[in-house]
Design a protein around this ligand. Structure first.
Ligand SMILES: Nc1ncnc2c1ncn2[C@@H]1O[C@H](COP(=O)(O)OP(=O)(O)O)[C@@H](O)[C@H]1O
Ligand SMILES: [Mg+2]
Length: 122
């Protein structure tokens, strides 16, 4: 098994010619907490969007647990949880419904759901 997340010469050039990231090599090992810092426009969001599979690399590749995400995109959804900067919720849902919504995304089965919802709410 490889690193949790590894980028190899990861590069993104947008269609307008902006080179948002350029040959980035990072490796995040199990149990490590990594911060990515940089001024506005440094390419942080681009990098995260690439790791999430929302933007294709112009060059280079990304591996999750040793698997190339372009060959097995499912490895992203099985292993990555993304908590965005802004609060993302639907005001029309109750707290309980919001938790249920999130747990269903995680693929919890009906039987497991009510117990897990109670646990989270507690
Ligand atoms: N969709 C896009 N098309 C063209 N250029 C973009 C796009 N998104 C971001 N950029 C440019 O790429 C660079 C990196 O942006 P971004 O990844 O948002 O940086 P950060 O999150 O570190 O502020 C910036 O110069 C930005 O203007
Ligand atoms: Mg950003």
């Amino acid at each position: 098994m490889g690193a949790l997340v590894k980028t190899v010469n990861l590069t993104k050039v947008y269609p307008n010619g902006v080179r948002a990231n350029d040959a980035i090599n990072i490796s995040v090992e199990e149990g490590k907490i990594v911060g990515i810092i940089g001024p506005n426009g440094a390419g942080k969001t681009t990098l995260i969007r690439q790791i999430l599979g929302l933007l294709r690399p112009t060059e280079g590749r990304i591996e999750i647990l040793g698997e190339d995400i372009s060959k097995r995109p499912g490895i992203i959804r099985d292993n990555i949880g993304y908590c965005p900067q802004g609060i993302l919720y639907f005001p029309s849902l109750t707290v309980k419904e919001t938790v249920e919504f999130a747990l269903k995304f995680k693929g919890l089965k009906k039987e497991e759901l009510s117990q897990k919802i109670d646990k989270v709410l507690r």
